[in-house]
Design a protein around this ligand. Structure first.
Ligand code: SF4
Length: 588
């Protein structure tokens, strides 16, 4: 397996994936051997295995079932289905059956929120799970039928494109944008990109032309293009559709970028949950090579460029661009200190442009059509359109494309949402807006978003939602810095205490203080936004938190009086004055 990857340490994730595919875990002997063959420390490999949730040091079942714990799956009855699945398979959640055939566990959002409850079996996506499908799955496992031979209907993934605008309705034919780049010239293309006002679609909104220009101006002749297809924000699934339906255009955008910045190698970093897209995407790349759109002398020009696909392994943090680069290099996806930024010190320390799937899709459109039309759509600071992933309480979940400046109310009308409690815009790291804010606009200057829209109606329990998001961040913290590693766990515990009815007014104050600490002291965006679900809902719905509080005075999270029983026995005391309830009563 190592030989198939040229003994390259940068290929460690791909090699580990292959090892695990063969043994259902990463055996210690394999780690020893890989350390020697790749000339890297054994501890480095163990660290990588432990970092990514899809790798295991302990044997997993021959059939590894992971069920999405995303809030949208919870809303679709995931808890009940999980219990049923556990019973049918006779395996506890988080466990492996004694015969080693099947293992079952939760996993973070699988990017299928529009067709949940969803899960993965040996990495392949399962959609719209219900009891009948679970019975079918249990039967297939008991027959030991290989997953490759399971009925196709279990794995149907729909695109669910509900509304198209500029980008999704006017596709770029393979090679068309590149032809224009070569005839118009690189400087003029970069100027068109500048004129378009295109900003990165991941949420932060950095100007794309500026990023590409900075990279092109770096003295180092070796440069890279990276497409971030690791959207792991719960509620986001548009990349899945863009890569399934518009992959040619995404690769065209990457190739345009390479031509402008002078790169000869590109990477698509594909989240592990989208394993089902891997082979189809390889086929698109192969087609483009045959058509002369990748490889040497592209379209007869003095320009060579190719793209490799790297699969992630279940780490949300790898959506952060510097963590993604670490992962591409075969390491744990720990975010780097910034500056320097990837545009000057990226993959292998070389200048690297990292943009997301939607940005490259838009760049190809602009390279072909110029920047004027794109810039004429949207608002002053937000040009063009935004593609949204809409899920939750609405009649038509799926993919929607809107001009920037569209109101939330318009979007809710289109997708069939009413009786709305609120909308989580931008996923858990974004903003929870209430029903009083539906006039707000989709725009960098108002509601900036990577594209996740989760809708909740008034029958939902707000604290269940916040709790799910807070647990998500605690689970996905990479553990590198203390404020986030410890802080997200403390947030989870503090919130659990309030939700379970053991909180006091002081606990809400302490929760808010902890939120500010995690927000202000964390190293990267994950920690800096992990408290957003609590902060944005505390601000809008303080009464929901207050209603959970039993008493104004402090209430411990455990029975303090019972804990003092041993001390009372040793002191030979059991009179009323030796009990806390008595003491509290006297104080009252
Ligand atoms: Fe890791 Fe969290 Fe620190 Fe980011 S903030 S580096 S995710 S521990």
């Amino acid at each position: 397996l190592a030989a198939q990857h040229s003994y390259q340490a940068t290929q460690l994730l791909a090699i580990l994936r292959a090892v695990q595919g063969r043994y259902h875990y990463i055996p210690a002997a394999a780690i020893e051997q890989l350390a020697e063959l790749l000339n890297i420390p054994r501890t480095h490999i163990i660290g990588v295995v432990e970092f990514y949730s899809f790798f295991h040091l302990q044997p997993q079942g021959e059939y590894e079932l992971l069920i999405s714990d995303s809030i949208t799956d919870q809303m679709l009855g995931k808890a009940e289905l999980m219990a049923y699945l556990s019973e049918r398979l006779q395996v506890p959640v988080g466990g492996v059956h004694a015969d080693g055939v099947v293992s079952l566990d939760n996993t973070s959002c699988t990017g299928l929120c529009d067709q949940g409850p969803a899960g993965l079996v040996n990495g392949r996506a399962l959609t719209r799970l219900d009891k009948a499908k679970i019975d079918q799955i249990a039967d297939l496992i008991s027959q030991r039928k290989p997953v490759a031979e399971w009925p196709a209907e279990l794995f149907v993934v729909s695109d669910n494109i509900q509304k198209t605008a500029l980008l999704l309705s006017q596709t770029v034919a393979p090679g068309a944008a590149l032809q224009v780049v070569f005839s118009r010239g690189k400087a003029a293309t970069l100027a068109a990109l500048e004129q378009s006002g295109l900003r990165g679609r991941g949420g932060a909104g950095f100007k794309t032309a500026m990023k590409w220009r900075f990279c092109a101006e770096e003295a180092d002749a070796v440069r890279y293009v990276v497409c971030n297809a690791d959207e792991g924000e719960p509620g986001t699934f548009k990349d899945r559709v863009l890569l399934n339906r518009y992959a040619e255009q995404v690769f065209e955008g990457m190739t345009v970028c390479a031509a402008l910045i002078g790169a000869s190698q590109g990477f698509l970093y594909l989240r592990g949950e989208y394993l089902f897209l891997y082979e189809p995407l390889q086929a698109v790349l192969a087609r483009r090579r045959v058509a002369g759109l990748l490889g040497n002398a592209i379209l007869g020009q003095d320009f060579s460029f190719d793209i490799s696909i790297c699969l992630g392994a279940g780490a949300y943090i790898c959506g952060e661009e510097s963590a993604l680069i670490e992962s591409l290099e075969g390491k744990m996806g720990v975010p780097r200190n910034r500056p320097p930024y990837p545009v000057t010190h990226g993959y292998l320390g070389k200048p690297t442009v990292v943009n997301n799937v939607e940005t490259f899709l838009a760049a190809a459109h602009i390279a072909l059509n110029g920047g004027e039309g794109f810039a004429s759509i949207g608002t002053d600071k937000s040009k063009g359109t935004k593609i949204l992933s809409i899920s939750g309480d609405c009649r038509r979940p799926g993919i929607y494309e809107y001009p920037f400046g569209t109101s939330v109310q318009t979007i809710l009308n289109d997708c069939g949402a009413d009786d709305v409690l609120g909308v989580q815009v931008g996923g858990p790291s974004g903003t929870f807006i209430s029903a009083q804010e539906l006039h707000r606009l989709l725009a960098f200057e108002d509601l900036a978003t990577g594209g996740s829209f989760i809708i909740f109606n008034t029958r939902r329990n707000l604290l269940d939602i916040v709790n799910n998001f807070t647990h998500f961040f605690a689970h996905e913290s990479c553990g590198f810095c203390t404020p986030c590693r410890v802080g997200t766990s403390l947030l989870k515990k503090q919130l659990d205490k309030i939700v379970s009815g053991h909180g006091s007014a002081g606990d809400v104050v302490a929760l808010e203080e902890l939120c500010q600490l995690v927000k202000n002291q964390s190293h990267c965006g994950l920690g800096q936004t992990a408290a957003n679900p609590i902060l944005t809902t505390l601000e809008r719905f303080p009464e929901v938190y207050q209603s959970q509080l039993k008493k104004i005075s402090y209430e411990p999270g455990f029975d303090l009086d019972a804990a003092l029983e041993t001390a009372r026995r040793m002191a030979n005391r059991n009179d009323p004055a030796a009990h806390l309830a008595q003491i509290e009563a006297e104080h009252d």
